[in-house]
Write a protein that binds this ligand. Structure first.
Ligand SMILES: [Zn+2]
Length: 220
């Protein structure tokens, strides 16, 4: 490992600041022209400063999710030389505004990032953003039906959040590592405040969908 473990509060502070100052301004531009609200960033593990920031660009291709866009930009635009590129496994932290879908989880595994954090869960994407496809695709494409009952299958997690490639944790999971009840409450409130900034952005996207803003995705 190339640097000391950041603490939960250092991580929360940097992750939330990156979303508010770097990802949300980009997202605002994207949603008004028909892209979804999803964004991502790759942070330096040593300084926790953002190295690459990107958002969804489904106007161009349905595969350009925020995370995939971010990985592409990291490798091909920001750090095209392998010699000077921060190592995904040891030098980087991956941030997704929303829990990554199956496409993006695979993209993260293939590119070697091992530490992943997300603000909104799949359930949030479905319930707060009217975007149910993360869960839908995992259930329909990947969840092989076996001898279990429907209930047992429902109870099974949709993927391994902790696996040999990476560990994926929500911001709320990070709060568990914060010391002191008062501090825990303070960080939970801060997470809620930043989540609240998305309410307006989601409305712009949903309004655009109704009025037919162009997106190449068939799943809107
Ligand atoms: Zn995705």
């Amino acid at each position: 490992m190339s640097s000391a473990e950041p603490t939960s509060t250092e991580l929360l502070s940097s992750l939330l600041t990156t979303i508010e100052r770097a990802i949300i301004p980009l997202t605002r531009d994207g949603v008004s022209s028909g892209s979804k609200v999803f964004g991502a960033a790759i942070l330096s593990r040593g300084t926790l400063a953002p190295l690459t920031v990107a958002t969804n660009n489904e106007r161009v291709s349905p595969l350009l999710h925020g995370e995939i866009n971010c990985i592409q930009q990291f490798f091909t635009v920001d750090f095209p030389s392998a010699e000077t590129r921060p190592h995904p496994r040891t030098d980087c932290v991956f941030l997704a505004t929303h829990e990554p879908c199956s496409l993006c989880l695979s993209g993260i595994a293939w590119s070697g990032f091992r530490e992943v954090y997300y603000l909104f869960t799949y359930e949030d994407s479905r319930d707060l953003f009217a975007i149910p496809y993360d869960i839908d695709i995992l259930q329909e494409v990947f969840r092989v039906k076996g001898a279990e009952t429907a209930e047992q299958m429902e109870a099974r997690p949709l993927y391994n959040r902790s696996n040999k490639f990476f560990e994926a944790r929500s911001f709320q999971d990070l709060v568990a590592g914060v010391e002191g009840e008062e501090e825990k409450r303070r960080w939970t409130a801060e997470i809620e405040r930043v989540k609240g900034l998305y309410a307006g952005l989601s409305e712009v996207y949903q309004e655009g969908k109704k009025s037919g803003a162009e997106s190449s995705s068939v799943w809107k």
